[in-house]
Design a protein around this ligand. Sequence first.
Ligand code: ADP
Ligand code: MN
Ligand code: MN
Ligand code: MN
Ligand code: MN
Length: 344
Amino acid sequence: MMYVDYIFLNEGRFGHHTKTMVLSRSTPLEDYPMCEIVTFKNLSNNKEPKPEILLRPVASYRDPFRKGDNTMALCELEDESEKAVECNMRRPCKEILESVEDRELWFGLEQEYFLEDNRGDLAGWLANLRHLKFKDFYGGVGLTPTAAIEREIAEVHSRACFYAGIKFAGLNREDAPGQWEYQIGPCVGLAAADQLVLSRVLLDRVAEMYGFSVNYHPRPVNHCLPTSGLHINFSTKDMRSDGGIKYINEAMDRIASVDQTQLMECYDIRYGQENKERLTGDYYTPDASNFRAAVADKFASLRVPLLVAKKGCGRFEERRPASNCDIYTALAAFTKAALFGENY
Ligand code: ADP
Ligand code: MN
Ligand code: MN
Ligand code: MN
Ligand code: MN
């Protein structure tokens, strides 16, 4: 027998959940959808639809906690006729990304987050608020009474990701006490989003083991202090080839041409409301009301890293998505804007 953790997104968007089943080892996972009661709102009329829906495994990973043959299975939500439910945002994202597969899209995702202790306080926060400047924290060592345990969570999380087969790319302490970042990628197409979802589940699980929880809110502290984002790094085959900066500039021009309010709604689980509090132009955030593309500028909406500009090819970065965005909605909207100059 084997354990299978079925991973599903409530509201089809954020708030990942798992339910475990013990299956006979000969069961092919694809043939083993599970029915479950999932609470989510019908996006168009805000009513709760029929509660029982199908969890369809669409990607499976090695379970870093149980090891062996045990599995974690990312699921899509389907109705009784096996159609994707309206709030299953993976399905339309998959369709868009598959339609441009020949352009060889790569995504690199930077997930910022805060750790909270068992009292619900941000880790190391109160002790530091009094006397440290927030700019001291980026890449910092030590600095908080909980630094060692915070770092152990970040490190153990990276190991869990590697074990599961996630392309974990790095980690760093971020701008505030208790705040960290890790990166996934570069991954080809939809795999980036799937791996990000799994990496969030693994982060929550690792944090649990240490008596901490993860706060993904883009502005967890209600005043002018550091915030959390989810930068999307992006390239196509053309952008990575000699002279690719031309294609980078064209894609950034196409993003500039779409309705920015609509685009921002796709970058935020609360349709733009929470992220507005974050995008103030402080602490390396772009200003929500002032779209800008620039080289080596961490206050721009779109940034071409310095080394990319020097080399003349590579990638660019969309800095506006919120840390708690639905990654399928964000990548679908970003891709439509960057490749077609269209809103999602
Ligand atoms: P930043 O300088 O913005 O903090 P990071 O080093 O935190 O950048 O993250 C950069 C991300 O970009 C990583 O996830 C990395 O895998 C990804 N990346 C690197 N090269 C490419 C590329 N050509 N296309 C897409 N993503 C890339
Ligand atoms: Mn980064
Ligand atoms: Mn960062
Ligand atoms: Mn940051
Ligand atoms: Mn970045």
